[in-house]
Ligand binder design. Structure first.
Ligand SMILES: CC(C)(COP(=O)(O)OP(=O)(O)OC[C@H]1O[C@@H](n2cnc3c(N)ncnc32)[C@H](O)[C@@H]1OP(=O)(O)O)[C@@H](O)C(=O)NCCC(=O)NCCS
Length: 182
């Protein structure tokens, strides 16, 4: 059928509208999924000395040790999103065993998968270095999900000299845990 130019234009615009209407449910679905998804897009990268204040700020939110950050900055990774450091973790090999330390995520950013991403990056780095990785933690549930198993408390002074020397050992809430890598 021969259509006049304005009829062709009208038909084309109708097709576009129909396409938009057909796409609308999909677009709405995607918007809802993205809005309600608890996971966020973060970049996990090796830390550098410029990140030290941000790392100390995150650790101090949970009264975690900050004294060792400066000397161990090369062993830290950070989680960054939109130019902001929102999480950190450290692989410490300074005391004979390999320990995951200082893993923390800013309060407003917890439960969005960032802790798991930090853990997975640290695990990649630990591979080839050791058969097992230790942690002393009050976040037992999180590490249980990551595959760690709790050790008996009596292992703490055996594995860590600083625990053996600590006068708060009897009241310390940190649980020793281990993850076998092979
Ligand atoms: C522990 C911590 C780093 C976890 O980070 P996070 O970004 O909130 O964790 P994620 O969102 O990646 O959670 C991964 C999984 O662990 C679970 N999880 C997280 N924290 C948990 C907790 N305290 N207890 C039980 N499960 C927990 C999540 O539900 C999720 O499970 P799923 O994958 O089955 O849904 C964070 O809660 C934190 O900063 N805690 C305070 C600091 C701290 O105590 N650090 C430990 C020092 S050793």
């Amino acid at each position: 059928m021969n259509l006049l130019p304005n009829q062709k234009a009208a038909q084309k615009s109708e097709c576009i509208c129909q396409g938009a209407v057909n796409c609308r449910p999909l677009s709405l679905f995607l918007i809802i999924v993205i809005s309600y998804s608890r996971y966020v897009n973060v970049n996990i990268r090796t830390a550098s000395s410029v990140d030290i204040p941000d790392i100390k700020n995150i650790l101090s939110q949970y009264i975690l040790e900050t004294e060792l950050v400066d000397d161990n900055i090369d062993w830290f990774v950070v989680a960054e999103t939109m130019g902001r450091i929102v999480g950190c973790a450290c692989l410490d090999s300074s005391i004979g065993l390999i320990e995951l330390r200082s893993i923390a995520v800013l309060p407003g950013w917890k439960n969005k998968g960032i802790g798991r991403r930090l853990f997975e990056t640290i695990m990649q780095r630990a591979k080839g270095m050791t058969d097992r990785i230790y942690v002393r933690t009050t976040a037992r549930g999180f590490f249980g999900k990551m595959g760690f198993e709790a050790l008996d408390n009596s292992q703490k002074p055996v594995l860590w000299q600083e625990c053996a020397d600590c006068d708060k050992l009897d009241v310390c809430m940190q649980v020793p845990m281990v993850l076998e890598l092979r």
